[in-house]
Design a binder for this molecule. Sequence first.
Ligand code: RP5
Length: 177
Amino acid sequence: MTEKQPVIGILMGSDSDYAVMSAAAKVLKEFAVPFEMIVSSAHRSPERTAQYAASAAQRGIKALIVGAGAAAHLAGVVAAETTLPVIGVPIDSSTLKGMDALLATVQMPGGIPVATMAIGSAGAKNAAIFAVQMLALDDGDLADKMRSYRADMAAAVAQKSDRLQQRLAEDGLLQIY
Ligand code: RP5
C-alpha cells in the first residue's frame, strides 16, 4: 500500500497538546485527507519550526493547522515563514485557560494573518473542517463529502430533538401550547 502525500500539516507546541489537536486529525481522517502531525515549538525549537514552515509548500502541503497554549506564538511564527494559509488553535493548557493563547494567536499584525479558531478541541475540529472546506474549492468529491457531513449534522440535531420529546413525555412535561 502506498502512503498518500500529506496535504495538511498539523503542528503543536508540545506533545501535551495532542489531546486537543487529535480532534483535527480525526476530522481529516474522516474526510480521507492525508496529513502529517509534528511537535515543534516557537520558543524551544525555533529553527525546527522555521525550517518546517518554510519547506511546507514545496513538499505539497496546502494549509497548516497550528495549535499552542500559553504564550502561543507558534501559529504566528509559522505564518511568518510561509505564504500557505495558517489556521491557529489556541489551547487551554495554562492557568489562564486558553485566553492567553487566544490573544497571542489572534492578534497578528496586519500583513501576516492567522485564521484563529475557538479555544480547545472545538477549535481543533473546526480548523480541520475549515481546511477541508478550502481543499474542497477545487475538489468536487470533497465538496460532496462536506455537504453530506452538514446534512448528517442537521439530521443528528433533529434526532436529538425527537429524543427530547420522548424524554419530556416520560417525565410528564410534554405540553401543547
Ligand atoms: C505551549 O506550552 C505548548 O503548546 C503547550 O500548550 C504548553 C505546555 O507545554 P509543555 O510544558 O507541556 O511542554 O508551548
